[in-house]
Design a protein around this ligand. Sequence first.
Ligand code: CTP
Ligand code: MN
Ligand code: MN
Ligand code: MN
Length: 376
Amino acid sequence: HNDEGEAVVFSVPSFACQRRITLDNHNTIITGALSLLAENAELSEEDGRGVAFRRAAAVLKALPEPVTCMTQLRGLPCLGEHSLRVIKDILENGESNEVESMKQSERYKALKVLTGVFGVGAKTADRWIREGIHTLHQLRDSGHALNRAQQAGVEHYDDLNQPVSMAEADAVGEIVEKAVVSVLPGAQITLTGGFRRGKPSGHDVDFLITHPEEGREEGLMSKVVSWLESQGFLLYHKTSRNSYLESANGPARPASNMDRFERCFSIFKLAKKYHELGKDAGPEETKPAGHKPWRAVRVDLVVSPISQFAFALLGWTGSKLFERELRRWAGQEKAMSLSSHALFDNKQKRYLTATSEEEIFGHLGLEFIPPSERNA
Ligand code: CTP
Ligand code: MN
Ligand code: MN
Ligand code: MN
């Protein structure tokens, strides 16, 4: 509030990649509600609506203090009629009826349970729900054939739906580091994703691997995976070429050497630390069923040649909305195409190279935003 006791009117730039959004969120009730609406839209394959709610949430996340009345929001970008209605409800009643009834709906609950299985997306979940499958029990009884990923997803359901802590991310990092230097001395690993942005927990752990000499990284992924497998660290893994550029929201122009980008979606078998084991783990006690000395953790590995490292690092640090907004900024404001591989200038008809994230922000005419402020 200002000296006259009037509520402050906020000002926020249009693109999320122009804002500094830390984890210090002063409007968690509103952003939580908008994020749930976004999630529900995405689970219903209404991606346009999903992005609209994500953008609205990212505006509220950027505010320096809690919103107290609607007039403060005048002139803010990305707040559509629907989002404003939800915010008004929360300011007046402490919660949104729409969001509360959505959370209670059978469809939302079933979508959450089924897409909580690793390897199950919105399409598959929707098909199962239309067959009357709403729970894991019903899924098991249905006799549906599950693919390898989904089998692992069901088997490790509880572990994979428990957030990964920073300590666990560090433990995974030590294992990946050991694997990488064993198969290629001099190779480097970097923590990316939510943990690089300073999040205290995540749904997985993300790593980017490279080697300072261009080309030396070729064939690295399969060696790393073989090493991890031989040491018994992998419960599941699927290595694939990066098809990110071909996805619907990717830039039009692919990088020349994109086919060298490899990634691996995996599930690690991570030993629990002594203090996490509890009394059941003592040698003189009989261990009850269900108490195991390890837990399953989702891990994503990506290998990038050093020439693309800065782009890969920027692209895999997130948040997903921040990345989407960077690409939208590049296209709409700069006539450039940004991907996790490269930046193409459509006017100059050439690629702009970069060896650091700072350089990429510079090419894009944006102020540098550090990872801890990319939590859009
Ligand atoms: N990413 C990507 N292509 C994919 C999946 C992810 O480029 N097919 C990038 C996204 O841009 C994202 C980053 O990898 O920013 C990390 O994705 P993810 O692990 O899903 O999200 P986090 O931000 O790490 O959040 P969480 O803590 O839930 O893992
Ligand atoms: Mn603050
Ligand atoms: Mn992640
Ligand atoms: Mn990930």
